[in-house]
Write a protein of this length. Structure first.
Lengths: 240, 240
């Protein structure tokens, strides 16, 4: 079996307009890297039915797991659940288990379980609910697509609910060598060392400090002993 | 003519691994919204030739303008320029104008203009250079794709170089009504008002404050008088 891969779909006009800065991508990237399910692609689309359907189909076909954020609340602009159902050609209804969860929640708070709130119990046929310990309204998993809320605290809680169910690969580890030298200074030798360790991935990331150029050399891989060897080679080549 | 649209392609393993938190998307989204060129889609892909080529082709065909960030430095993992050339089927060479710019820059700093640094003068045939006042190494525009650096200060400077050349549409404006009421409380009436203003886009964004649920109702559009009318309708319906 190939190692698992993941993609993310961020849904929301508010990200694309610059009104809100997305933080879910960075959070999910870190969790997936630790789990050994590398995040290979992210797409951000608007609250637009056809755009969501097209992106879900493309990502679901291309990756082992897909994670979406946004658009599952009670208001008219929350259209993700319907779009996911449409992407897979399955019906969507107010599901009994989700209705029971939400009904009990609003009863206990003395709030009306009105039509808008019942909208959050609309779940595509065949989906499994994702637990939401923060605000109860569930996410869901349909086929390989995990559909979660956009509010960061709820997104993070749902990710915590989903992760134990997924089978990870070997976790991707990384080591960093920080140099106070510009990239142009180290690039040729760095490329040679990268060729010697073709089983690892090596990247260089420039920074500036007090007006001087510096470079972080990052080595990534799943075999710690290989990472240590590569780091020793880089340290030998570049340390001042 | 239809109003212009934009897409962004973020290129880099370091974003997808969670090592670096992207900030260029949020920056570009704000600039494009002001310019009246709505950002309609963003993709993030790894430092992978085929992934970059496929995304560039899809976004270039789908939107008026495409903006990429990342992968145009001097090291072996900087593969964006070659991938853009491949996406459009044009040759890529060390171009004389870029060589002259970079040569003069490194001469003036007393640094060798070595093979790695010369790599940053590789520009696809037919592209226009994008000015980089921060670190000289240029970006470029090929067809409708603007190729820029990933380092935020350089990305922002390149965006400033490109924007005056683009023809914007009417700027998208937004007004926000902040309510200390949950979304489920206001959703039905909010949807009715949204229908009355079908020429505008209305979204609701929940937040919590001191343990209470609140909602920001956001109205977006290009006609300020319509925005004011919509805001008056929302204020009349919801203000406490």
């Amino acid at each position: 079996m190939n190692n698992p891969t993941a993609a993310m779909l961020v849904i929301g006009d508010e990200i694309l307009s610059g009104r809100t800065r997305d933080s879910n991508m960075h959070f999910l990237a870190g969790v997936l890297t630790e789990k050994g399910i590398p995040l290979a692609e992210v797409r951000v689309v608007a609250d637009d039915h056809l755009a969501i359907v097209a992106a879900v189909r493309a990502l679901s076909a291309g990756y082992t797991h897909v994670f979406t954020s946004g658009g599952i609340g009670p208001t008219h602009d929350d259209i993700t659940a319907d779009a996911i159902a449409a992407a897979f050609g399955v019906p969507i209804t107010h599901r009994a288990d989700a209705m029971a969860l939400l009904g009990a929640h609003y009863d206990s708070r003395g709030l009306p379980f009105n039509e808008a709130r019942q909208r959050m119990a609309r779940i595509p046929d065949g989906a499994f609910l994702i637990d939401n310990p923060v605000s109860i309204a569930p996410g869901f998993t349909l086929n390989n697509v995990n559909v979660m809320a956009g509010v960061p605290s709820i997104f993070q809680a749902m990710v915590a609910s989903v992760m134990p169910k997924l089978v990870g690969g070997p976790p991707l580890q990384s080591l960093t060598l920080r140099l106070l030298r510009g990239e142009g200074d180290i690039a040729t030798r760095f490329a040679e060392i990268a060729l010697d360790f073709a089983d690892l991935s090596m990247g260089s990331y420039p920074f500036t400090q007090d007006g001087r150029y510096g470079t972080n050399l990052v080595v990534r891989g799943t075999d710690r002993s290989r990472l240590d060897l590569a780091m020793a080679a880089l340290t030998g080549a570049f340390s001042e």
